[in-house]
Design a protein around this ligand. Structure first.
Ligand SMILES: O=C(O)C(=O)CO
Length: 319
């Protein structure tokens, strides 16, 4: 074989090799970019120190209006362990996805925070329905049922009749809650009383002007007066930030009674992004420091792509 033939053959060989290598590299490149796309979809809670939960109403009522099944799929994909504030009619679905309902609704028709424990007018109804929610949760193996103080109006259907004093309303709350805690103790389920803000009047779910339990110390006082290991505080970081701030100190002060935690960006109850004022990662560390082992429910109203927003929130809280 002549020299020139040999060198031409080598050139051809190199070109073929180069083509293969380039194709292989392109293939790897594709594989890598597909892997990172998949990682982007699935990445969420990977540390798992914080038990994360997704509040159904936020993603069902806003954004793409996710169905129960879609919410379960996303929660699972993002590494959350619960979809909460979702009725028992969906609990088989949750179980299919290996999820729990970390916080059960109390079964009150319409906005459940208006007619509640601070008003004897509503005691029979709220006590009956809360006991039923305790039974359902206990049977399903779920840990907690939500509770509210209620509004201060003597008759929430007729605010013109005037309002109760805060002291009177607190006394009624204690009486009403005492009617359910024995049952909660027996069934091994917690009742979590929520503090809400009354300052944001821009949207029915960003604030609740008229709500009685807007002072965290007063809500904690009601819980301590009832004095049951199964009555806990629902510490909603967004609502506490709107009313008071000083979140880490308040977590410390109430560490013995916190039963559930909620998040949202403040102000506006939107994403946990860097346009809002709460530093969620240090707060999650604080929860671990005080020995909190319950759930943290993502309870913000998405204003953009809800999946991207939820993934961001889950990652932020995954300390
Ligand atoms: O946080 C709220 O505003 C609710 O009413 C439910 O948790």
């Amino acid at each position: 074989m002549a020299d020139s033939d040999t060198s031409q053959q080598r050139r051809l060989e190199r070109r073929r090799l180069f083509k293969h290598t380039a194709a292989a590299a392109a293939g790897v490149g594709f594989a890598v970019s597909r892997a990172s796309a998949e990682q982007a979809i699935t990445a969420g809670a990977t540390n798992g120190n914080i038990n994360q939960s997704v509040a159904f109403w936020c993603f069902n009522a806003a954004g793409d209006k996710w169905s129960a099944e879609k919410t379960c799929q996303v929660a699972k994909q993002l590494g959350c362990r619960s979809v909460e504030l979702i009725g028992p009619e969906h609990w088989d679905l949750l179980k299919k996805y290996g999820l729990v309902c970390a916080l059960s609704p109390n079964g009150m028709p319409t906005a459940p925070f208006i007619k509640a424990f601070n008003n004897p007018r509503y005691h029979d109804q709220v006590v009956t329905l809360t006991k039923k929610a305790i039974d359902d949760s206990s049977e399903a193996g779920f840990p907690s049922v939500i509770a509210f103080t209620g509004y201060l109006y003597r008759d929430t259907d007729n605010p013109n009749l005037g309002s109760m004093s805060r002291e009177e309303a607190a006394d009624h709350c204690v009486e009403g809650l005492k009617r359910v805690v024995g049952h909660a103790e027996k069934k091994g389920v917690n009742v979590c009383l929520e503090h809400l803000n009354t300052r944001d009047n821009t949207h029915p779910m960003k604030g609740h002007p008229g709500y009685h339990g807007d002072n965290l110390d007063e809500v904690a006082e009601i819980i301590r007066r009832v004095d049951s290991p199964n009555l806990k505080l629902l510490f909603d970081i967004y609502h506490v930030q709107v009313m008071h701030g000083d979140i880490q100190r308040r977590l410390d002060e109430n560490k013995d009674i916190i039963g559930h935690v909620h998040t949202a960006g403040c102000p506006g109850r939107g994403e946990l992004d860097d346009t809002q004022e709460v530093q969620y990662a240090p707060i999650m560390h604080k929860l671990l420091d005080i020995g909190y082992v319950g759930y943290v429910g993502q309870e913000f109203i998405p204003t953009r792509d809800p999946l991207a927003s939820l993934r961001q929130a889950v990652k932020t809280c995954d300390v």
